[in-house]
Design a protein around this ligand. Structure first.
Ligand code: KG4
Ligand code: ZN
Length: 352
């Protein structure tokens, strides 16, 4: 089976062709970071227009790199949500047009399912496994039992972790996106200099909360002597912030591992995915926790942790192996929880 995947739900216009043997024939990712950087964050309307302008070109490039024609495709998959709806519409319409013109099946993929199943493409991980998804839009712990079969153990009750990195970086004058410069600055800083809180650490359940941490960063900066932040201040704050995030995530993941082992005694793997999974300090901390709990950590390569279309094409293949494609009447979804039955998280500004 050869499948084309299209991803347009955030600020990457991406297309990829892969086979059901897990061979990535092409993986094109056009980042819009430079377009959004002046605004210090993603502007949905600007993103939608950029997707519209580049989607055809990116698909063409993916097909050329894979060295195949549309007649060689067995199906086309596109992110159908959740995400910025203007972009999702562009990707879905592009995929539907290809499906229609070439008479092949169309599959609408949940973006989170794309992240969730990537470890099966890269590391052939068997069900069930525990997934820690940490990105700019999501912070979730989920049991992945099978394709379309997810149990959410925890989510954020306010900001996503990537959002906390981005907002804290902005406070430190480090630019957007904030994860990479915070990680770089943290390497030069003293994580003990600022005593930042560890929200929800040690509390029951597996939910996350990051908005208090971001507020604490602001308070700590405001308490410094007036004037420009010194490099050392920035580095120490970045290190203190990153250590707090890693502590909190390790604590929540540890609790989720206990829950996972109770529910799935055969399960042994924690998979980490999403842009924040690129953070080496976080990976190292998780590695320690996982080893203590007798589990193994699987972290896909960085380019497949962040948003990409190979994960969408792969999820399309997994879906088609397990059931029928979607109809061309599929309507893009701004919200689309992986586990619709999960109890609602309570807190200010809860995100699904
Ligand atoms: O998964 P992703 O590419 O896009 C979505 O949000 O879906 O994640 C982007 C997020 C941004 O918030 C970015 O700051 C964060 O991932 N990020 C990192 C690192 N690289 C990217 N956060 C911490 N450390 C990093 N090295
Ligand atoms: Zn994502």
């Amino acid at each position: 089976m050869i499948v084309l995947g299209i991803e347009t739900s955030c600020d990457e216009t991406a297309a990829s062709v892969i086979t059901d043997q897990g061979e990535i024939l092409s993986d094109v990712v056009l980042s819009q970071i430079e377009i959004h950087r002046p605004y210090g964050g993603i502007v949905p309307e600007v993103a939608a227009r950029a997707h519209l302008e580049y989607a055809d070109h990116v698909v063409k490039q993916a097909m050329e790199q894979a060295n195949i024609g549309f007649e060689d495709l067995d199906a086309v998959a596109a992110t159908g949500g959740p995400g910025l709806i203007g972009g999702v519409i562009v990707g879905v319409m592009t995929a539907k047009a290809i499906a229609c013109a070439h008479d092949i099946p169309f599959v609408a993929i949940n973006h989170l399912e794309g992240h969730a199943l990537t470890a099966r493409l890269t590391d052939n991980v068997k069900f069930p496994y525990l997934l820690l998804l940490v990105s700019g839009g999501h912070s979730q712990l989920l049991i992945v039992r099978g394709v379309g079969d997810y149990t959410r153990l925890g989510t954020t009750i306010d900001d996503a972790v990537g959002e906390a990195f981005d907002k804290s970086a902005k406070l430190l004058g480090l630019g957007y996106p904030g994860g990479p410069p915070i990680e770089a600055a943290a390497k030069l800083g003293d994580a003990k200099r600022f005593a930042l809180p560890r929200p929800l650490r040690g509390r029951p359940g597996c939910h996350f909360s990051f908005s208090g941490l971001k507020a604490a960063v602001k308070r700590a900066i405001d308490a410094l002597p007036p004037g420009e932040l010194l490099d050392q201040d920035v580095n120490d704050m970045a290190a203190s912030f990153q250590a707090a995030v890693a502590d909190v995530i390790a604590d929540r993941a540890r609790r989720a591992m206990h829950e996972f082992q109770a529910q799935c005694p055969d399960g042994t793997t924690l998979v980490v995915a999403g842009g924040v999974a690129a953070n080496a300090a976080l990976r190292e901390k998780l590695q320690q926790v996982v080893a203590k709990e007798g589990m193994v950590l699987v972290a896909p390569p960085l380019n497949l942790c962040t948003d990409n279309a190979a994960m969408i094409a792969w999820a399309g293949i997994e879906r088609l192996k397990n059931g029928p494609p979607d109809g061309l009447d599929f309507a893009p979804r701004p919200r689309w929880p992986l586990d619709p039955d999960a109890p609602k998280a309570k807190g200010a500004g809860v995100k699904a």
